[in-house]
Design a binder for this molecule. Structure first.
Ligand code: ZN
Ligand code: ZN
Length: 570
């Protein structure tokens, strides 16, 4: 309670201090941003921990009515302070920060008062991350970690009591997910956390960590049992419906298009891709098959894709293959004059460290905003632990062609290059509230742009690219149709397997993902569509230069494309 009073007092002090107008608006605005960020972390201490800001690591707020009111008050107060500035007086980078802060603050009210997943999604209540993020932090010492953990453990009981009060008519899928995840949380506390805490000598002043962990686990078990006993007679649909979907899309994507517009674009793109895929299959057919091509175009495409997928790396040289491709991608980007790549920031490929090696694959591992000295890596998992059957299936999926597209997406000129540019325009706001549609959209745009410029030009490459791109397109169609048009699992699987040529396991995984999340699956195609449309618009100008366009676009950091567009079209 003391903390709440304290923060309200802090807030009113801030309002007074930033209502005084001074001559240097950008300096004032920078100061406002710093106060906003710190106040934001005070309200969301576990999110703060997850990005490496540890000032509030001792807090684990129960999501009760008091906390919700605290969020609403924070949102309203800071919107008032924000509106004391006029976006027109700010420089371009601050203009974008202004829009992003406004969106973040308005989102708070939407999620608390309208979306209300805190009532129907029990999987939102999980303390594993609140502890794991402290344990894994690399910018605080172990003794501080230990004390923060003990303080958070003390609040677990209140946390789950509030959760039980909040839950009303939850959906069955989210309840099942919560039960499953709470098993993982119990296991984390009983094993990893206990092991970490066991390294410290018992402090007489504090309750021993074993007891605290024991109590916390008992509380999670109680919560799990409560969820298991819930009846789902008046089962709430996990589908959120058109109205909420459009609102969530607006806040999460920050797109200049509506969800429905993006959905229509995706439908058109899908049919273009099918036409192109069939024509490529016809062209390639006689090189790969003796028999004549089936008249069913989707069947023919599927057969062609399966055949071309057989060209792939050997399991033992998968990682070397990726390492070999990176300099080739850089050389191509340079030769074709597509984007300046800073030679002082070369990409570092490494084996995925064991502690983060879950699913095999490749991904960019970027340090958090408060972890400035940490390096960015391209993590690649080896296939050592896979059976020969699993490895073969994986290698076919990431075949010779798709593997190159994956490297374009993750590394050059995709995520890695984007990150290097984003770091040159340092903005805490853009790092903390980085727009996923822009980030994923850039990587997806990069794939197409490389092929447009003749990278690895062949019909096989184009075929595989189209298949890969169909995944982003169909993610959007799937997400929209399930949530807005009430699609059932069968219809969804048909889209993914027969029209997007996915394997059954992948398709079933996607169905699960779409039933527990909303909008997120749209970010790839939404961002891509916006960036592409912006480029085509700018191309109409006589002095258009592709390299300059890319560099200017990336210079604004991980900001929503619609805000970058406003500045670039000015
Ligand atoms: Zn093979
Ligand atoms: Zn990506």
């Amino acid at each position: 309670m003391n903390r709440i009073l304290f923060s309200i007092a802090t807030l009113s002090f801030l309002i007074i201090s930033c209502s005084k107008k001074s001559s240097n608006t950008n300096t004032d605005f920078d100061a406002f941003k710093n106060r906003f960020i710190e106040a934001y972390w005070n309200i969301y201490p576990t999110s703060a921990t997850s990005v490496g800001f540890h000032k509030f690591d001792s807090l684990l707020p129960a999501y009760d009515a008091v906390q919700r009111q605290k969020e609403i008050t924070f949102s309203k107060t800071y919107l008032d302070s924000l509106y004391k500035f006029s976006a027109n007086d700010l420089n371009d980078l601050n203009k974008i920060d202004y829009a992003m802060i406004e969106n973040a603050l308005q989102s708070i009210q939407f999620y608390v008062d309208t979306f209300k997943s805190w009532q129907w999604d029990p999987s939102g209540y999980n303390v594993a991350g609140a502890f794991a993020d402290i344990v894994n932090a690399n910018n605080i010492d172990s003794v501080s970690k230990y004390h923060f953990i003990l303080e958070r453990l003390n609040q677990v009981s209140k946390y789950y009591d509030a959760a039980k009060i909040n839950i009303q008519n939850p959906t069955e899928v989210h309840t099942l997910l919560a039960i499953e995840q709470s098993e993982g949380t119990v296991s984390y506390l009983e094993n990893d956390l206990k092991k970490f805490c066991g390294k410290f000598e018992i402090d007489d002043q504090l309750m021993p960590s074993d007891t605290l962990i024991f109590n916390a686990v008992a509380k999670i078990e109680e919560f799990k049992l409560y969820l298991k006993e819930l009846k789902f007679d008046k089962q709430k649909d996990f589908r959120i419906g058109k109205e909420l979907y459009e609102r969530k899309f607006y806040f999460d994507m920050q797109s200049s298009f509506t969800a429905e517009e993006i959905y229509q674009k995706a439908l058109n793109r899908k049919s273009e891709l099918h036409t192109e895929l069939f024509s490529l299959s016809r062209k390639l057919w006689s090189n790969y098959f003796q028999e004549s091509i089936p008249s069913d175009s989707l069947k023919a495409i599927r057969m062609m894709i399966d055949k071309v997928s057989l060209t792939h790396a050997h399991r033992d040289s998968f990682m070397q293959e990726i390492e070999k491709q990176i300099p080739q991608l850089s050389a191509f980007v340079k030769e074709k004059n597509l984007l300046f790549l800073d030679p002082s920031k070369p990409i570092k490929v490494r084996r995925t460290p064991a502690y983060m090696d879950g699913v095999a694959g490749a991904s960019i591992n970027a340090p958090g905003p408060y972890d400035k000295n940490a390096e960015t890596f391209y993590n690649v998992s080896t296939l050592e632990k896979k059976t020969s059957e699993q490895a073969e299936s994986y290698l076919r999926e990431y075949n010779h062609y798709i593997l190159q597209i994956l490297n374009i997406h993750e590394a050059i000129p995709g995520h890695y290059a984007q990150l290097v540019y984003a770091n040159k325009a340092p903005s805490m706001i853009k790092t903390i509230f980085g727009n996923n549609a822009m980030i994923e959209g850039w990587a997806v745009y990069g794939e197409k742009m490389m092929l447009e410029n003749g990278y690895e030009k062949s019909d096989e490459m184009q075929l595989m690219y189209d298949k890969w791109h169909l995944r982003s397109v169909c993610n959007t169609i799937l997400d929209y149709c399930v949530h807005v048009k009430n699609w059932e699992e069968k219809t969804a699987l048909n889209l993914l397997m027969n029209e997007a040529f996915q394997q059954e396991a992948e398709a079933r995984g996607k169905w699960r993902r779409v039933s527990v999340s909303q909008v997120q699956l749209c970010c790839y195609f939404t961002g891509f569509s916006e960036i592409y449309a912006l480029r085509e618009e700018l191309k109409k100008k006589s002095n258009f230069d592709l390299k300059k366009f890319h560099e200017q676009f990336l210079s604004y950091g991980s900001a929503p494309v619609k805000n970058i567009k406003q500045i670039m079209l000015k």
